[in-house]
Write a protein that binds this ligand. Structure first.
Ligand code: ADP
Length: 406
């Protein structure tokens, strides 16, 4: 069975074609700058990267070009589009309606559209991807896998904000959490690597990339996570502030003569390590390099970043009344030995974790990075959201399901 995975953003489409009999990636790539000058496709097959610069006015043209490439003589891996058995879509917001991965029907599509008020930047872009795929691959089943779904089993005490309850009832203001597909993938994989049943483990997953969140996964269920009503809450990120006192919004409105919308835009796009380093960089590689060379501004930004992660790990160990494994993943989590070492050495000794410095000196591979005598295992598990989406898609299609409970 061949599954095409699509992650459609506002001006980009990420794609991966997988052979789900072997879970091998046949081709993958990225259509970027859709509708903007300088649009291009970065297409990969057989370990080779091809960059095709061409005009791509909208998502439908972008996906059409991807399908042409996948079946072309020069860049292709398919003889015919009929070889694509199903399409799996990443969908950011499933609200309270979707706690599972689902087969996309007209009713499901309408519901995703209706949920756009919760994710105005993301869901409309996801919908463009779904509609384009439905049009260009008629009759091919489509599946939606939601970033929020894995967190839908969180108890009310974790998802409710202590604001007037009517706002939850009226507007559905609550913690939803994001990166669910990644937290689900790495926590499951961690259990496999440890050789223990998933439903017996208490796992804290630390997904730190451009966006960043922590989740408490108790016996296979996400019981809390750091992102909230939007992906702005929680950890310090590349450009996002994470947790702040909400009264700062009004204060800045008054003092800087800004609208609330402008302040929130600053919290999303000009804050995080970018803001802490006075606009120097949102990329943790730059921050890390300069911090190591002794730059005090970058060192402080790195400290704030690590400290917030450590506090969430402590909070989630408390939330689950214990922890068996802490899993680092995503761009920074997979590739920054120094961040992992500093967090473990400076803050997690009380949990009985000792870092194995040699084991920790890796990037982007599965590895246990704590010493064998540690009471809690620390590990690195590279995330693979596309594979998780393709697996859900395969299971739904093969078993003829309408939805797959997570
Ligand atoms: P996204 O949230 O966009 O999926 P990723 O998970 O790919 O992001 O993470 C991207 C980030 O990972 C980069 O912005 C960079 O800060 C960080 N990163 C990548 N490699 C390293 C590295 N070697 N050391 C520290 N940070 C890294």
């Amino acid at each position: 069975m061949k599954v095409l995975v699509i992650n459609s953003g506002s001006s980009s489409i990420k794609y991966q074609l997988l052979d789900m009999n072997t879970e091998e990636v046949l081709s993958k790539g990225l259509v970027e700058r859709i509708g903007i000058n300088g649009s291009r496709i970065v297409h990969r097959i057989n370990g080779e990267k091809h960059i095709l610069e061409e005009e791509i006015p909208d998502h439908e043209v972008g996906l059409k070009r991807v399908l042409e490439l996948l079946t072309s003589e020069k860049y292709g891996v398919l003889k015919d589009l009929k070889e694509i058995d199903a399409v799996g879509h990443r969908v950011v917001h499933g609200g309270e309606r979707f706690a599972s991965s689902v087969k996309i029907t007209d009713e499901v599509l309408k519901t995703i559209e209706a949920l756009s008020f919760l994710a105005p930047l993301h869901n409309p872009a996801n919908i463009m991807g779904i509609k384009s795929a439905m049009k260009l691959l008629p009759g091919v089943p489509q599946v939606g896998v939601f970033d929020t779904a894995f967190h839908q089993k969180m108890p009310a005490k974790a998802y409710l904000y202590a604001i007037p309850y009517e706002y939850y009832e009226k507007y559905k203001i609550r913690r939803y959490g994001f990166h669910g597909t990644s937290h689900r993938y790495v926590s499951k994989r961690a259990a496999e690597i440890l050789g223990k049943p998933y439903n017996e483990l208490k796992i804290i997953t630390v997904h730190v990339g451009n966006g960043a969140s922590v989740a408490a996964v108790n016996k296979g269920v996400s019981v809390d996570t750091s992102m909230g009503f939007t992906p702005l809450e929680g950890l310090v990120m590349g450009t996002r502030s994470g947790d702040i006192d909400p009264a700062i919004v009004e204060f800045l409105e008054k003092e800087e003569g800004l609208s609330a919308k402008e302040v929130v835009n600053i919290l999303n796009k000009k804050s995080g390590v970018l803001g802490l380093t006075k606009g120097f960089s949102s990329d943790m590689r730059d921050i890390e390099d300069n911090a190591i060379e002794g730059d005090p501004v970058c060192r402080l930004a790195f400290d704030v970043y690590e400290y917030r992660i450590a506090k969430y790990i402590g909070a989630y160990a408390a939330a689950m009344n214990g922890v068996d494994a802490i899993v680092f993943t995503a761009g920074v989590g997979e590739n920054s030995p120094i961040m992992r070492e500093e967090i473990i050495e400076n803050y997690l000794g009380y949990l009985g974790i000792t870092i194995d410095k040699e084991a920790n000196n890796i990037r982007g591979e599965e590895k246990i990075i704590s010493t064998p005598d540690s009471k809690v295992v620390a590990m690195v598990v590279p995330t693979n959201e596309e594979l998780m989406i393709a697996r859900d898609t395969k299971e739904i299609i093969e078993k003829g399901l309408d939805e797959l409970k997570l």
